[in-house]
Design a protein around this ligand. Sequence first.
Ligand code: ATP
Ligand code: MG
Length: 573
Amino acid sequence: MRLSKTLIPTLKEAPAEAEIPSHILMVRGGYLRKVAAGVYSFLPIGWRVIQKISRIIREEMNRAGAQEVFLPAVIPGELWQESGRWDQYGEQLLRFKDRKGADFVIGPTHEEVIVDLVRGDVRSYRQLPLNLYQIQSKFRDELRARAGLMRGREFIMKDAYSFHATDEDARREYQNMYDTYTRIFGRCGLAFRAVEADTGAIGGSLSHEFQVLTETGEDALLACDACTYAANVEEAKARPPVSAPPSSAAFEKVATPGKKTIEEVTAFLGLKPENLVKTLIYLADGKPIAALVRGDRNLNEIKLKRALQARELVLAADKAVEDATGAPVGFAGPVGLRIPIYCDLEICALSSFVCGANAADAHYKNVVAKRDFAPTECGDFRDAAVGDACPRCEKGHFAGYRGVEVGQVFFLGTKYSAPMKCNFLDGDGKEKPMIMGCYGIGVTRIAAAAIEQNHDKDGIVWPVAIAPFEVALVSLQVGDAQVSEVAERLYAELEKAGIEVLYDERDERPGVKFKDADLIGLPYRIAVGKKGVAEGVVELKARRSPEVLKVKIEDVVRVVSEKVVAERAGGGR
Ligand code: ATP
Ligand code: MG
């Protein structure tokens, strides 16, 4: 492609709202333009990247035995009512009515549509298993749509759904998809890690996320330094604590005038945060509950929500806290509290602790769980933390990472097939619900994640497998007949060799061209200049390395082709 014939509007400055490298560089590099918050247009080179990623995904999904379909983006609300998610999904679901007043949604994920399709046409165990996938735009009305393609409202996803006659077969396919994802992300040139995950709004019982490791990642991950256990903090299990013998001293009230926060109370009473207990008041589906964790811990709302089997869990507003505790905010505690009390395991293992006294300006000390109050449930309700002993191998400790979730696989069981009556007739003549799995990849998010891992101060450094073009050919003096003749010849030969080449034949200064080439970030650059042509050579440079090679004009197509072809299959980091 000739650069002057395409649209690559590079910019010197990034838009003010762009904060992370992938967002800044995709806008500056002429890949992407914003249409609305979280909604983007892809320019030619941006779309080429998405197509390259899609091609890798298609090749690997097809190889794994899945079939490509294409489902509608606009989905009747009825199907979402039938699955129960019309009420559960919340504000992220974009709903609207058609001219007849019927409810519709723009699909944020497609379990309902695919289940509806399969239950209509698949009746017998003989037609199973099936794995159907599509690559399509999704819409989620994300509250904080920022960071460009990393978290869009409209974004492209590959979503696959599998249907099975037996649990065993569904588990085999889960592993098949897990392996397929490992190949896909490897071919895209990403450094990633699969971690155990929460099943979120999709539901089900077993799930892994594929996380690209990068400092700008939104997700906090914990991985054992001795075994293979790794999990999202949302899900990571905390190792049960060792119980201390309960204190025999009776609890007593102490004055803590105006001391509300952990810092204030610990400083005032001369305590460590782990001896003070936080009592948080939540509304679970509108009803108040208390949740207790040590002062140095974070409460894990996902674990608590799961234990409560609540649809919605929100921190109570000040008024609701005062109603539940009879005290101003900052002095809540479990003693005498008449709402359900959920204690993290560590609370029940403490010999005694300090907590709010449900009265203004007062705390209790020497409180013992189960003696001074009755927990409704003791469970793992805190975030596991860096340095914690591993709950799996009990030898190693957790190290912390940050990641970007580029894919997730779920074992669904009958979560959708049972309520939606997606049944089949088994070999024994009995009607049974199909066992399902679902498997998502953030296609547009892969592009952003790849840039987070592959860039420098000058621009993007694409892996060959997903670069928009493989080689940048730069003519340094377009006015010079000999330079132009060599550049044109190399352009034709590279194209003939099947190399994807972006030929910069604009009448611009070499400095401008080199800056643009670095910003756009193609893996190899061939520069044709007057001095070199006189000596019979051109300059070859890999974007990843500072080294500039002088290569004979007649050799350069072969040399660069060999490098590109070797790296094209992917995985070359
Ligand atoms: P997140 O936790 O990041 O919101 P999710 O777990 O809700 O994502 P899934 O339902 O698992 O997302 O969707 C499958 C894949 O789609 C994710 O692994 C992610 O790569 C991608 N994805 C999800 N939401 C977005 C978004 N808002 N923008 C871009 N990609 C997204
Ligand atoms: Mg997910």
